[in-house]
Ligand binder design. Structure first.
Ligand code: SF4
Ligand code: FES
Length: 375
């Protein structure tokens, strides 16, 4: 490791997209529109090697994600390996694909925590958003199996136009499911959410009412459930420190082994992502050009360069800067100091201006694109 590399903090978390296969079709999925096929997925031995290297590098948390990680038949073996190398292991699941026996096996193998997604607190709407009939009932069952197995449960709900009026109810639903923590996250517009932005964006009034409702519940449920509240970017004044800063706290590994500084990094042109099949995790983290591209603050332009918040939010999200300002080196346009901020306000106002909000909008559901049929 070089002297410079020593100044770079080691990652705290590794998000492993074990597979992009998923029975659900959520229109806000953060996976890339070009989903990776099963044939390209890393095998069991490769994933075990990655987790061994991660633990040696200093990673503390392994987030087993997807797609739906339960679509992998080797999930128990992977969890057991993570536990063996001393990683705190969190399963991020849709619940569909779990069985009671599998949950027990995972708990016995050393799983530390499960994070279950819900689409709504009402069955019909939840199934419509997921694009999967019966998903709601299966998630209820999965929550029961998780808590019965003694695993701490976090419920995650993404908020958008179709469920924004029940944001508070999702907290109550999470309590009923036995969760210790609930993450109420307004949609972040990457991946499939960007494709579906017009159908997902709530009005400003709806978003504000939902925020107030959830904040009020903090008092009601103090000591019962922890509420993590991610407020909508498009209605904010300052951006979030995406990923806690680029190449600072965590990394994602795609099903085929590409190491990414964030889940939408592949949208940024010119960046080359090293693969864990060719490079060690340590080499990727410290030396790859992609991880160093937006590390720290040297890459910044004005207004970030001279801003006192530059080591708080690191200029926000690079992928959002690219999507909205056309260049990943710009300040995230969510920031009111960005010269492109008007564009964000405009997008918010388009939704806010529509009096007739369609509560059942038409989605482009997340699906693996099948090959074109032969002529
Ligand atoms: Fe953050 Fe840049 Fe805005 Fe300052 S100008 S608050 S660093 S995005
Ligand atoms: Fe890529 Fe925010 S999603 S930096």
């Amino acid at each position: 490791m070089s002297a410079d590399a020593k100044k770079i903090p080691t990652p705290v978390g590794l998000l492993a997209e074990l597979t992009h296969r998923c029975p659900l079709g959520c229109p806000y999925c953060s996976n890339p529109p070009a989903l990776e096929p099963r044939a390209d997925e890393l095998n069991t031995a490769s994933w075990k090697e990655i987790f061994s290297q991660a633990a040696a590098l200093g990673v503390l948390h392994a987030h087993l994600s997807g797609g739906e990680p339960a679509a992998r038949r080797d999930l128990v073996e992977i969890v057991a390996h993570c536990a063996k190398v001393g990683l705190y292991t969190n399963l991020i699941t849709s619940g569909v694909g779990l069985t009671q026996a599998l949950v027990k096996e995972l708990a016995d193998a050393g799983l530390d925590h499960a994070q279950l997604s819900i689409q709504d607190s009402e069955a019909q709407s939840a199934d419509r958003i997921a694009g999967y009939s019966g998903a709601f009932a299966r998630k209820r069952a999965a929550a029961e199996w998780i808590t019965q197995a003694g695993l701490p449960l976090t419920v995650n709900a993404v908020i958008h136009r179709a469920n924004v009026e029940r944001a508070g109810k999702t907290v109550e639903f999470a309590v009923a499911l036995g969760a210790r923590r609930v993450e109420v996250a307004h949609t972040q517009y990457y991946g499939w959410a960007m494709i579906n932005r017009a159908a997902l964006m709530p009005t400003a009034a709806q978003a504000e009412a939902a925020i107030a409702e959830v904040e009020a519940l903090r008092k009601t449920y103090a000591g019962v459930i922890v509420i993590d509240h991610v407020i909508p970017d498009y209605h904010a004044r300052y951006p979030k420190a995406c990923m806690g800063g680029w190449g600072k706290r965590g990394l994602n590994i795609t099903p085929s082994g590409k190491a990414l500084p964030c889940h939408a990094a592949e949208t940024i042109p010119g960046l080359k992502f090293w693969n864990v099949r060719d490079h060690s995790l340590e080499d990727i983290w410290f030396n790859s050009a992609a991880f160093n591209a937006f590390r720290g603050t040297d890459w910044m332009r004005e207004p970030c360069r001279s801003c006192e918040r530059k080591t708080i939010d690191y200029g926000g999200c690079r992928c959002q800067a690219l999507a909205l300002a056309g260049d990943a080196r710009e300040a995230d346009p969510v920031c009111h100091l960005s010269p492109h901020h008007a564009k964000v306000a405009e997008i918010g106002e388009v939704a806010a201006g529509s009096e007739e909000i369609d509560r059942e909008p038409t989605y482009v559901y997340r699906r693996v694109k099948l090959p074109e049929p032969a002529e």
